[in-house]
Structure formats: structure tokens, C-alpha cells
Design a protein around this ligand. Structure first.
Ligand code: ARG
Length: 457
């Protein structure tokens, strides 16, 4: 069949070329946005006297009919159409005859596709924001539950200082809160309308771009028509934001994977979010966390694919830009799936408080507190640090922990040591006393939870 744009050529495209060129199998997901955009366009054309009011009404009714038929499944996408825009226009003309051919006045597929992607992503961002919000709430609930659960805090993956599991979890809530902020920021810049830029140069018709933009819920219009049709920064920005979000989920996944290992045994995932092995009967694998970690690479890949596609593209529209959609759609789908599975996985996660406590008790993670004890009694920190280090070294030789050292032995290092040292190096004291803002004390974690709950409605 000859293409709608037949004229300059006979519109007979080779089958291989046609399949290669076609984007309907992936851009069909933007049909709602395409129809909404077209209805606003028809209304604008009528308001400006470019088409008659009745013609606009006919077009809008026709478009609504197509929308409901697509929603109900009565109408199926014609996969031989070049893209979703051509398909809908073709269908409209088939239904309405001559008047259908008026819709594409004073626009081009170049501004139309730019409009559709912005509208589509805008909707997706809302959904993703909700998913992150509910994940953050699950995290804060867990943090509340485990706000007094002591575990070792690590640096270099070496036991460092005692913290609570609640405090550790809240670190992820803070990361996700920044992701929410970044998404909102990204949404703001995305919400400028490109429609009316036409092919690249604007139009000779007396159009009203701002009317159309407002009708579609945009905050304003893209001010330069060349930029309007060739800009995909909003896709890149979104995928950068997704990449950072996925990096956060990946770090969290990595910890869950480590913590579920026999070596750590800090947490246990619910059966519903783990898998078994086909050969090793004892296995309970954290596949969901591993997949989230793995899919992070995929989202980075989506970002890099589009960055590379856009690099060096001359203005304005080039067909290369059709490649934007598969990357950004894949990133959207992946992020949504990861957020859903992560939430479910986390809801079922149980901490093994005894093992956490045991690990916290074994690694001299109160050595800093021992040094601080001497500092509070008047010793300069460096000297106190040295004494505390020597005591740890001696303990390692004797295979004991700081709590086992007799007061008489402590006194051999410094006569500042008194009986109150044992209370001071008790892990609960160590945690409770870290009351500096943002620290691991119970009250500080409570404050962090309140802060997040206030930000997340
Ligand atoms: N399917 C195309 C895309 O996704 C729509 C724009 C086509 N414009 C053009 N002049 N061929 O980019």
C-alpha cells in the first residue's frame, strides 16, 4: 500500500526497509497521549479559525471513538502502519473521510512525537513517584520496627562502630527522597510543550501554541521551534535520574544479598520473594535482589544508548531520534518492575536480631567509645586512641573482647580507667549516646523517621 506521504515518491517502500523504519510496535503505547494531543490540536485550529468549529467537533468525536475502541480492544493496532501517529490519522480518515485529512494542518510528526513522549513520560513519572513513596514508607516502617536493633556499622566492609538496623535502613530512605526530588525537578523541565513547532521552523498559520499547551496541562512552551523538535534532554534527564535511583536500589540489593548469606545471617527474606535451586536442596536464593542489582546495568545502558544516539546529531529532527523511545520505555518498565518487587521483598524481610547483636559484639566496634571515655576524662584524643588500640591488640592476642578486660588490667594502661568504663563501652550505651543530629541514637532515628514521614504523604 502506498504511504500517506506518497507524492514526491510513489510511497512504495521495500518490505525490509518498511519494517526497519516502522516504530508502531513500540510507540503504540503512546496512543492515549497522541489522541489527547490531537484533540487539543483540533480545538486550537478551530479557535483560530483555521478549521470550522463543526469540523473540530467531528475530529474530536472521531478521536474519542478511536480511543474507546482501542481501550476496549475493538480496534487493534495495524502493525503495518509506520508509527502510532500515522495509524491514528489513517484510522480517523477511514472513519470520517475528508475532514480527517484536516487534522494534520499546522503540525508535523516531529512536534507531535516530541509532544507525545513528554506527555507519556509525565504520566509515568507520577506512577513512579507513587511507587517510590510507598517503598519509602515500607522502609520507614521497618526502621521503626528495628530502631533498637543493634548491628555493626561498616566501613571498608570491616566492622566499624555499632549502629541500629533502623538507622541503616533510614539511610536508604534519604537516598530515595533525593530520587523523588530529582524526579519532580525533571518533571518540571519536561513540562514545556513542543507542539506548534511543526517540522522545525514554525508555521505560517495563525496558531496559538500557548492555548494548546495550557489545554494539555503544560506549564509553558518550548521557546525555539528547532529546539522543540530536536530536544530529548528530558529523556536523558529522566534516565539519569533513574540510573541514580537504580544505583541506590542496587546498593541496597547488594546488602540484602550479603546479609542473607550464611556468613552474615542478618536477615531472612520471605519464601515468596526467594527461589530455590534445581539441584541444591538447601538453597534459598535472593534472586529478586540480584535481579534488581543486575537490571541497574540495563538502565545505565538505556541512558548511554540515547546519549550516544544524540551525540553529534545535527539540528533539527533526524530519524535517529526514533531510537529514543525503546531506551526510555525500557528504562521506565524496568524501574517500575524493580520498585514493585523491591517493596514486596522488603515487606517480608525479617532481621535476625540475635545474629546482628552477636556480630556487633565481636569486632571491637566499641574501641572508639573506649578512646572517647579517656578523652572525657581529660586525655587528648590521639593519646586515648593509641591506648585504646593497644588494648585491642592485647585482647586479640588473648582472644577476648573489651568487655572481658579486668579493671586492674585497664589500669595498667591508664589510671583514668574506673568501673564506669564497662557501662561506657556497652553497645547500647554506644548507640544511645550518639545523639548528634543524624546519628544512630534511638531518638535521632525517630527524628529521621518523622522527617521522612512528613515529606512523604
Ligand atoms: N516515528 C517517528 C519517531 O518516533 C515519528 C517522527 C517522524 N518524523 C519524520 N519526519 N519522519 O521519531
Amino acid at each position: 500500500m502506498a504511504k500517506m506521504w506518497a507524492g514526491r515518491t510513489d510511497g512504495q517502500v521495500d518490505k525490509i526497509a518498511d519494517d526497519f523504519n516502522s516504530s508502531i510496535h513500540f510507540d503504540c503505547r503512546m496512543f492515549r497521549q497522541d489522541i489527547k494531543g490531537s484533540s487539543a490540536h483540533a480545538a486550537m485550529l478551530a479557535k483560530q479559525g483555521i478549521i470550522a468549529e463543526e469540523e473540530a467537533d467531528t475530529l474530536i468525536n472521531g478521536l474519542e471513538g478511536i480511543l474507546s475502541d482501542l481501550e476496549s480492544g475493538k480496534l487493534e493496532f495495524d502493525m503495518t502502519a509506520e508509527d502510532v501517529h500515522m495509524f491514528i490519522e489513517q484510522e480517523l480518515t477511514a472513519r470520517l473521510g475528508e475532514v480527517g485529512k484536516k487534522l494534520h494542518t499546522a503540525r508535523s510528526r516531529n512536534d507531535q512525537v516530541a509532544l507525545d513522549i513528554r506527555m507519556y513520560l509525565r504520566d509515568e513519572i507520577e506512577e513512579i513517584l507513587e511507587k517510590i513513596n510507598s517503598l519509602v514508607l515500607v522502609i520507614t516502617d521497618k526502621a521503626q520496627e528495628y530502631k533498637k536493633t543493634i548491628m555493626p556499622g561498616y566501613t571498608h566492609l570491616q566492622r566499624a562502630q555499632p549502629i541500629t538496623f533502623g538507622h541503616h535502613l533510614m539511610a536508604y530512605a534519604m537516598m530515595l527522597l533525593r530520587d523523588i526530588d530529582r524526579l519532580n525537578d525533571c518533571k518540571k523541565r519536561m513540562n514545556q510543550s513542543p507542539i506548534g513547532a511543526c517540522a522545525l521552523a514554525g508555521t505560517t498559520y495563525n496558531t496559538d501554541r500557548r492555548f494548546e499547551a495550557e489545554k494539555l496541562g503544560f506549564d509553558g512552551i518550548c521557546e525555539n521551534s528547532l529546539d522543540a523538535v530536536s530536544d530529548r534532554d528530558f529523556c536523558l534527564e529522566l534516565m539519569s535520574t533513574f540510573s541514580i535511583l537504580m544505583m541506590h536500589l542496587s546498593r541496597f540489593s547488594e546488602e540484602i544479598i550479603l546479609w542473607s548469606s550464611c556468613e552474615f545471617k542478618f536477615v531472612e527474606l520471605s519464601d515468596a520473594f526467594t527461589t530455590g535451586s534445581s539441584i541444591m536442596p538447601q538453597k534459598k536464593n535472593p534472586d529478586m535482589a540480584e535481579l534488581v542489582r543486575g537490571k541497574t546495568g540495563r538502565v545505565y545502558g538505556d541512558l548511554f544508548a540515547l546519549l550516544t544516539t544524540l551525540k553529534g546529531l545535527p539540528l533539527a529532527y533526524n530519524k535517529d531520534m526514533q531510537e529514543d523511545k525503546e531506551s526510555v520505555f525500557d528504562a521506565v518498565d524496568t524501574v517500575k518492575a524493580c520498585l514493585d518487587v523491591f517493596k514486596g521483598m522488603l515487606e517480608g524481610l525479617k532481621a535476625n536480631e540475635a545474629n546482628m547483636k552477636k556480630a556487633a559484639g565481636a569486632g571491637f566496634i566499641n574501641a572508639t567509645d573506649l578512646a572517647d571515655y579517656l578523652v572525657k576524662k581529660g586525655l587528648p584524643f590521639r593519646s586515648a586512641y593509641k591506648i585504646s588500640g593497644s588494648i585491642v591488640a592485647d585482647c586479640i592476642v588473648k582472644n577476648i573482647v573489651l568487655e572481658d578486660v579486668a579493671l586492674a588490667d585497664y589500669k595498667k594502661y591508664s589510671d583514668l580507667f574506673e568501673n564506669d568504663v564497662y557501662k561506657e563501652i556497652d553497645l547500647t550505651t554506644c548507640v544511645e549516646k550518639r545523639i548528634s543530629e543524624g546519628g544512630t541514637s534511638f531518638q535521632s532515628v525517630e527524628k529521621q523517621i518523622a522527617f521522612i514521614r512528613k515529606r512523604i504523604k
